[in-house]
Design a protein around this ligand. Structure first.
Ligand code: ZN
Ligand code: ZN
Length: 143
């Protein structure tokens, strides 16, 4: 009996080891505002329109919960462009880039190349911008 258990364990390890490096980004970087779970793919996730933006969920159950109290849950999933600091209305359709295992969403096509020039700077800026959105620069283009 013990031997079987060990073989199973080894097999499991082998499977995870094989599966891990092939898909580094199987994560949208967003979390469900209701359950807090990571959302794997925005294209497959259920979404709801709220105040002109799309909000994504891990499952349909959470959509039902969201609808009972959208004002409570909506602020938990605000996606901002790391370059301009603007709210990205529909991350599922936005330009994206991944940097250090994190996904970034851009408000427009001009912000992505800007991010690529200096991802470290903008990734840091976004970390700081959570909850504090003053002093963001977005000069040359309007939306
Ligand atoms: Zn859910
Ligand atoms: Zn922009």
């Amino acid at each position: 009996m013990r031997a079987i258990g060990t073989i199973l364990l080894v097999a499991l390890f082998a499977v995870t080891a094989l599966a891990a490096p092939q898909k580094p980004v199987a994560n949208s970087g967003l979390t469900c505002p209701v359950s807090g779970e990571a959302i794997k793919s925005l294209k497959k996730a259920p979404s709801v329109q709220y105040e002109g933006r799309s909000i994504y969920f891990c499952c349909k159950k959470c959509v039902g919960e969201f609808n009972t109290n959208p004002a409570k849950y909506a602020p938990k999933q605000v996606v901002r462009c790391p370059v301009s600091g603007e709210v990205v209305k529909d991350p599922g359709k936005a330009q994206t880039a991944s940097y250090k295992g994190r996904s970034y969403y851009f408000c427009c096509a001009k912000c992505k190349p800007e991010f690529s020039k200096n991802p470290e700077k903008y990734a840091k800026a976004q970390g700081k911008a959570q909850g504090n959105r003053s002093g963001m620069q977005h000069e040359e283009h309007s939306h």
